[in-house]
Design a protein around this ligand. Structure first.
Ligand SMILES: NC(=O)c1ccc[n+]([C@@H]2O[C@H](COP(=O)([O-])OP(=O)(O)OC[C@H]3O[C@@H](n4cnc5c(N)ncnc54)[C@H](O)[C@@H]3O)[C@@H](O)[C@H]2O)c1
Length: 379
């Protein structure tokens, strides 16, 4: 009998941005078999897409409720065990809640929910059910991010004194200046996106990266957000000051109107003995800076990397791996957890990271609307 995890997918259809990334990533390490799902709210389109990717038409359902009802009737050897939630943000909470309550493991896109309270509720159900829950902060799966995290926790750069994170995109620039365009994209519609656009879509990735690589929790933030037009209710640009409990300070700058930028997420961490710098658009280079030695550049797959970084590469050095591989590593980590195999904490972002992300969003909005004041996170 196959030991592959039977995986369902909600959202991520042929019309989506993120679906193919998840499908390829899920198949990458031979841990999962995609069984079916709901790929589109229109059942006909969903069926057509399921057929195109070679799935059994009987496992393409009309909605989450039908998926749960029908899958639950199946013999455990056939039943879906885990479901990926890849829909617009407002559907993450109701879908993930139903899945957890009915004993499915969940792999969910970020932002976890549309409110902090929903995120807490999901965490409570997840704990009660003892399910595996991964939040796909994709960039955490890169081998050089894992290496950076390990080097910082090993004290290679000493005590952290400054953190500078950015996530700059420009895709919204051609949309935002035309009223009909800005009122028709779901990311700028609070009903579908939640209370935030820029912070929910990309700021949470930068925040998650900051807390992952430093191993520290942000204590307070001060946010200055921009909506650009009065009829746009959503943040599309964010400049945020951050403070850690140990007096280290830093910034998270994220924007969707940084004209011409593509997917420029970067993180620089400066310590008392050195610094590490990593940039997503060139993900196979990790820069190590010190006061007294020439710059050194670490690359994936070499024996000098940590075990957890090496676990994230599949080919010998010099064969560039990228975003598909990073997501593949997250799926691999979640599979190990689902199969009760040993795994390390950094292998996939847990539900707690999703909850932190929602707290970050709400506190940034609070800071901004109260005149850019310092607000404490729920640590
Ligand atoms: N991890 C990342 O780096 C990353 C990147 C992009 C998007 N995302 C996240 O992924 C999610 C999806 O984003 P996207 O850009 O792919 O969106 P999208 O609008 O391109 O695609 C959404 C998909 O969900 C489907 N869908 C909508 N309602 C549905 C329903 N009721 N049932 C089933 N399917 C439904 C749509 O048909 C479509 O296939 C968002 O939460 C977004 O924040 C994450």
């Amino acid at each position: 009998m196959s030991t592959k995890i039977k995986l369902g997918i909600l959202g991520g259809g042929g019309d989506s941005l993120i679906g193919e990334l998840h499908r390829v990533a899920a198949k990458m390490h031979d841990h999962y078999e995609i069984i079916g799902g709901v790929f589109n709210p229109d059942h006909k389109i969903s069926l057509e897409f399921g057929k195109k990717i070679g799935l059994d038409q009987n496992r393409i359902y009309k909605n989450t409720e039908e998926l749960i009802e029908q899958e639950s009737k199946l013999d455990p050897s056939q039943r879906m065990q885990a479901v990926s939630v890849l829909t617009p943000n407002f559907l993450h909470f109701p879908m993930a809640k139903l899945l957890l309550e009915n004993d499915f493991h969940v792999i969910c896109e970020k932002p976890l929910t549309t409110t902090y309270n929903e995120a807490l509720e999901l965490k409570k159900i997840k704990e009660k059910k003892n399910a595996v829950f991964a939040v796909t902060h994709t960039y955490t799966g890169y081998p050089m991010v894992r290496q950076m995290t390990k080097m910082i926790s090993d004290g290679i750069i000493g005590n952290i004194q400054k953190v500078d994170a950015q996530y700059l995109q420009g895709w919204l620039n051609p949309v935002i200046h035309e009223k009909d365009k800005r009122s028709s994209t779901w990311r700028l519609n609070p009903k579908q996106s939640g209370s935030s656009c820029c912070l929910g879509d990309i700021g949470t990735h930068a925040f998650n990266m900051v807390e992952l690589v430093t191993g520290m929790k942000v204590d307070k933030i001060l946010a200055d957000l921009n909506t650009l037009y009065d009829d746009n209710p959503m943040d599309i640009d964010a400049n945020i000051l951050i403070r850690f409990p140990n007096n280290a300070k830093g910034t998270i700058r994220s924007s969707q109107i940084a004209t011409g930028e593509e997917n420029n997420i970067q993180i620089n961490v400066y310590g008392s003995k050195g610094a590490l710098k990593w940039k997503q658009e060139n993900p196979n280079y990790l820069y190590h800076l010190t006061d007294d030695k020439p710059l050194s550049v670490l690359k994936p797959g070499h024996a000098y990397n940590s075990e957890i970084s090496l676990d994230g590469t599949k080919l010998p050095p010099g064969h560039p791996e990228g975003i598909f591989d990073a997501m593949g590593n997250i799926y691999k980590g979640a599979a190990r957890a689902i199969k009760n195999m040993p795994f390390e904490k950094v292998e996939f972002p847990p539900i707690e990271d999703g909850v932190r992300g929602m707290d970050f969003i709400e506190k940034a909005l609070e800071s901004n609307s109260n005149g850019n004041i310092w607000v404490k996170l729920n640590n």
